[in-house]
Design a protein around this ligand. Structure first.
Ligand code: FE2
Length: 371
């Protein structure tokens, strides 16, 4: 028997096909753009601000292969972006998806219970037209639907092209996943949101038995689009002996928000070597981590001593393995950070590394006096 028609429609996935960009609200967009260019190899490709007719904010659009970041700062004290920065510090405000039908996605999302933030609009310039609409997500985070098929401009209409190149680029490829931290007992609410509103499915889940150390624990479920192009893990804190890193995040961010953005690299050894040379701060694990790594993951193509020198982590599942490393927080508050990941057949998230990683984070928490 087929499911009732209404139930089928309720779960039909939205027409979102990939990540489009992530927009950060920051205290100083000019300096943030410089940081992402010099440290992470992003080219500055477009700009919007007073010189282009926008009086209340400045935005720089950055691109590294298929990854787009936007950094935006307010120009006046009473601006909502200034309030966002006051409350959260620098943080990821918008997680945007490329959609093949923005109006239908917005209307379906709202009909399924999402809160509207901005109605669909068509922006256009000499390079073509882009449709944009926005809905609310966890905390003050929003999801933006972007329909840019056929648009030839650098980022969005309203932005002027810029060509401020990074010294070296091409070592990062695309956004692999974007992770939310939510509060105590809120994970299931957001799992249901991505099931009901987006028509996504639960791809993986982890509980405190997978993700705990002597001190801290968390639970995580990974929501994914049907094609797996969009993966959105959702973390909530779990009871441990000391303060969960998820709780620390929520305390510093002031609400749920984006915990990390995972970026796929074509060659993680080259990428991490470049990031280290650029002065990016990365998490490290004790040298003893590598003593047991071959036993745990078996043969891998990479030179183990290179992984050890760079502190790159390895994990394997039944489909293959993956290599990963995490940056330290990208701003003053211990909130959003990047993960660099290279998948070698594995579509998982490095469960075997959680303990080593979280013990590294706990050392930082202890140093901050927040463990
Ligand atoms: Fe991750």
């Amino acid at each position: 028997m087929s499911a009732p028609k209404e139930a089928t429609l309720q779960r039909a996935p939205l027409a979102v096909v990939d990540f489009d960009h992530v927009e950060f609200y920051v205290g100083n967009a000019k300096q943030a753009a410089h940081f992402y260019r010099t440290a992470f190899g992003f080219d500055i490709v477009a700009y919007r601000g007073p010189e282009t007719g926008v009086r209340d904010r400045v935005s720089y659009a950055l691109q590294h292969d298929a990854i787009r970041l936007v950094v935006t700062g307010a120009l006046t004290a009473d601006h909502p972006i200034a309030e966002h920065v006051r409350r959260h510090g620098d943080g990821a405000h918008a997680v945007a998806f490329r959609s093949t039908d923005v109006t239908a996605d917005f209307e379906r999302a709202v009909a399924r219970g999402a809160q509207a933030v901005s109605e669909p609009v068509t922006l256009s310039d000499a390079q073509g037209a882009v449709q944009v609409a926005e809905i609310a997500a966890y905390g003050d985070t929003i999801h933006r639907f972007v329909g840019r098929d056929g648009y030839g401009g650098a980022f969005l209409p309203g932005f002027e092209p810029r060509s401020i190149k990074a010294a070296q680029t091409g070592f990062l490829h695309r956004i692999d996943h974007v992770v939310a931290n939510v509060g105590w007992n809120e994970m299931e609410t957001w799992v249901k949101f991505y099931e009901d509103v987006f028509g996504f499915f639960q791809f993986r889940h982890f509980d405190e038995n997978d993700i705990s150390t002597e001190y801290t624990a968390l639970r995580s479920k990974v929501m994914a689009s049907p094609s797996l192009a969009i993966k959105l893990p959702i973390n909530e804190p779990a009871e441990g002996k000391k303060r969960s890193q998820i709780e620390e995040y929520v305390d510093f961010y002031g609400s749920p928000g984006v915990q990390h953005i995972a970026i796929a690299a074509p060659d993680i050894i080259q990428a991490v070597s470049r990031l280290r040379a650029n002065g990016v701060e990365l998490q490290s694990v004790p040298a003893s981590y590598y003593d047991a790594v071959t036993e745990r993951v078996g043969d891998i193509a990479e030179d183990l001593s290179a992984l050890r020198d760079l502190n790159i982590l390895v994990d394997r599942d039944d489909q293959g393995y993956l290599l990963q490393i995490f940056t330290k927080p990208l701003q003053d508050r211990p909130t959003v950070f990047f993960e660099i990941i290279q998948r070698k057949g594995s579509e998982s998230f490095g469960k075997g590394n959680f303990k080593a990683l979280f013990e590294a984070i706990e050392r930082d928490q202890a140093a901050r006096g927040t463990l």
